[in-house]
Design a binder for this molecule. Sequence first.
Ligand code: SAM
Length: 233
Amino acid sequence: PPLYLQRYEFVIDFVNKNQPKKVVDLGCNDCALLRMLKFHRVIELLAGVDIKSDVIRKKMYALAPIPIDYLQPGESPLTIELYQGSVTERDSRIKGFDLVTSIELIEHLQLEDVSRFTEVVFGYMAPVAAIISTPNADFNPLLPGLTGFRHYDHKFEWTQAQFHSWALKVCREFGYVVEFTGVGQIPGQEESIGFCSQIGVFHRDRLEGDAPCQPSDVTKEHIPYRLLYKVVY
Ligand code: SAM
């Protein structure tokens, strides 16, 4: 299967294994991953966030219930919420989720916005788990005809060492553990070159106790994101 589908399948496998109830996809684009996730009825709240409202709007009505959803109802109702907003801003409606996914998003951010994203996701949203994927620059020499970045909008592409050092800093600062993996590989080469898309799977460290929570966070509502679509099954 094409690489983007392998990334989505990686998320689906994780959902099957870990059974998260609240899932948010950051940089959800046209909601392709959300459309696949809505069939996983362990999920009770499925949210998507993208900075571009036009890409969200393109296919968002495809998230509406179809007859089979009524014929095979899940155990609990499913709510889907789509927001236009930037992952560099905190929104209190996207806090305390079981799973945050960010698939091929961070490389579209300026580095100072990656710092904001990191603080928003791990310091504020503080999910139980997070799946972050980004291109692996070590793999680029294997891509035929590639000069420069894989996409004109990429602000950077990290080597495995760069991605690992960012991820390990996240773990130290916010109390997570990370497992490195990826999708797209050449058999026998994964040791040195790694995967075409590198993925960090983060879990909140149980030993750290509850997520850090400032007293002001409890009372203060930040709702800068714009709700574009909401459906309850
Ligand atoms: N996650 C999807 C996938 O894997 O197919 C889309 C990846 S696409 C390469 C990156 C997406 O991130 C785009 O839809 C873009 O609009 C969105 N994006 C870029 N900067 C963002 C920001 N600051 N906040 C939220 N979304 C952003």
